[in-house]
Write a protein that binds this ligand. Structure first.
Ligand SMILES: Cc1ncc(COP(=O)(O)O)c(C=O)c1O
Length: 462
């Protein structure tokens, strides 16, 4: 066996089951590719993150990062688990409202907000607009004045904090596009100290996604506390929250994949409890507060977290069917067996952009040894639509191990692919966006997104 059975994934009669529901039957009923999510797992992950508040004894506001997966049925499951939400566009904000979130449950990030998006946020009295630049703050101010309402804002900072994640997922480097410099933040607080329209209520920082090293959270927390302290000393303003962002890693890689690039492997195999990152960070900040004789700054402080991946990634699998097989001679005189599936980078974009690893198993011969190597590829017209590293840099394994004699029609499962998959999907090659089944907390499967139809392929075309 080359994968770890999670409590919600098990093998029954040889087939993969998710929360007791046969994955192969689901694939036959709904067709593939098919995403299947476990509501129980979503709730488990949310409870796990909420432990952070209990462990450090500081009020915690947990906001699910909707960008990771925002099908309404998932957003509703997150809301029902008493979790708030982070959005990154007016569209996600609107979807959050459709899913039943109220303004005070919503925080809003983004580098390029437009006036209509800011208006939607202000009209709904959201908890905080996370301001990306002094320019954006002036745009928000103009909008508040014209609406005659106050906006709650949190200042997104960009100190230099390096994470060992993929370069495309780093967000706290001075070379990254996000946030404002600390000095710009202090100037903003001074400028708006007595404003009727701008209520600066917190500071924010997101180090990046899939951070392999828990110590980045200490660096982030210390940095934000230092900002809070300086703001307090310089302006007398005591801000109400610190938002440490998201980025907790999910273990995608569970076993040795031989020649894999070491940095990539370490990132994809990373895993730690959020409490193990935040508890030491909190202790360090408590010490800093004591040293500065400013413990009162921690009284009444709320800690915000906005994780996406660690809530939804391992709650979702993608079922795919083998649609074609072929053999190819190799340069070394051997023969490669190729499997062509119906799940390509149109629905698993990270596999192409970041060479993301999703563990592949047979869903209908799950208990059999997976020891036969195959080259695996998706259905798209690009040579890069493959499950290995087409650039030859070993960021993905060259072969996937499955049972012997895989043939057309066999249902396979890609594990841990609930995050940044359907959310980034496209109809490239006019392929239908896939359906989604949520296994509800009572164990019943519910279709929460139907497969696209021919009509969906042209519904926006004029
Ligand atoms: C500002 C912000 N917050 C939160 C997240 C969620 O990160 P993750 O899904 O890794 O928890 C992201 C994603 O990159 C982000 O950009």
């Amino acid at each position: 066996m080359t994968w770890q059975v999670e409590d919600y994934l098990e093998i029954k009669d040889g087939n993969l089951n998710i929360d007791g529901v046969d994955a192969v039957k689901l694939a036959h009923e709904h067709g593939s590719p098919l995403f299947v999510f476990s509501e129980r797992r979503i709730r488990h992950n949310i409870d796990r993150l909420k432990q952070v508040g209990n462990v450090i004894g500081c009020p915690l506001k947990l906001c699910y990062a909707a960008k990771a997966m925002s099908t309404l049925g998932i957003l509703r499951a997150v809301r029902d688990a008493a979790c708030d939400i982070e959005v990154n566009s007016g569209g996600e904000l609107w979807k959050a409202l459709q899913a039943g979130f109220t303004g005070p449950q919503i925080i809003f990030n983004g580098t390029s907000k437009e006036v209509w998006e800011i208006e939607l946020a202000i009209e709904n009295d959201i908890y905080a607009i996370q301001v990306d630049s002094p320019f954006e703050l002036s745009l928000i101010e103009e909008t508040t004045v014209s609406l005659g309402k106050t906006a709650n804002v949190s200042l997104r900072l960009v100190p230099e904090i390096k994470s060992d994640t993929h370069s495309g997922l780093q967000t706290a480097l001075l070379t990254s596009k996000f946030g404002m410099m600390p000095d710009e933040a202090y100037a903003a607080v001074r400028k708006h100290a007595d404003s009727r329209y701008i209520n600066i209520c917190g500071v924010h920082l997101h180090v990046g996604s899939q951070n392999p090293d828990p110590s980045v959270y200490t660096a982030a927390f210390e940095t934000l506390f230092a900002s809070l302290l300086r703001i307090f000393r310089e302006t007398g303003q005591q801000l109400g929250h610190i938002n440490l962002g998201g980025g907790f890693p999910v273990r995608y890689l569970t076993d040795d994949q031989g020649e894999l690039d070491a940095k990539q492997a370490a990132m994809l195999a990373a895993s730690f409890e959020p409490t193990d990152a935040i508890a030491p960070a909190w202790r360090s900040v408590q010490q800093a507060a004591r040293n500065a004789n400013a413990e009162e700054l921690l009284d009444g402080l709320t800690l915000l977290l906005e994780p996406g991946r660690s809530i939804i990634a391992d709650a979702g699998i993608c079922l795919t069917t083998v649609r074609n097989v072929k053999s190819r001679p190799t340069a070394s005189g051997g023969v490669d067996q190729w499997l062509l599936t119906d799940a390509g980078f149109n629905i698993l974009l990270s596999m192409e952009t970041y060479k993301w690893y999703y563990h592949l198993i047979s869903a209908e011969r799950t208990a059999e040894d997976h020891d036969v190597p195959y080259k695996v590829a998706g259905p798209l017209c690009d040579g890069g639509d493959v499950y290995f590293d087409i650039e030859g840099e070993n960021r993905l394994p060259e072969y996937r191990l499955l049972s012997g004699s895989v043939s057309v029609g066999e249902v396979l499962a890609l594990l841990n692919c609930g995050a940044y998959s359907l959310a980034q999907a496209s109809q490239y090659n006019a392929r239908f966006l896939p359906p989604v089944v949520l296994i509800k907390k009572d164990g019943t499967p519910s279709l929460i997104r139907r497969r696209d139809t021919f009509e969906d392929l042209i519904s926006s075309d004029l």
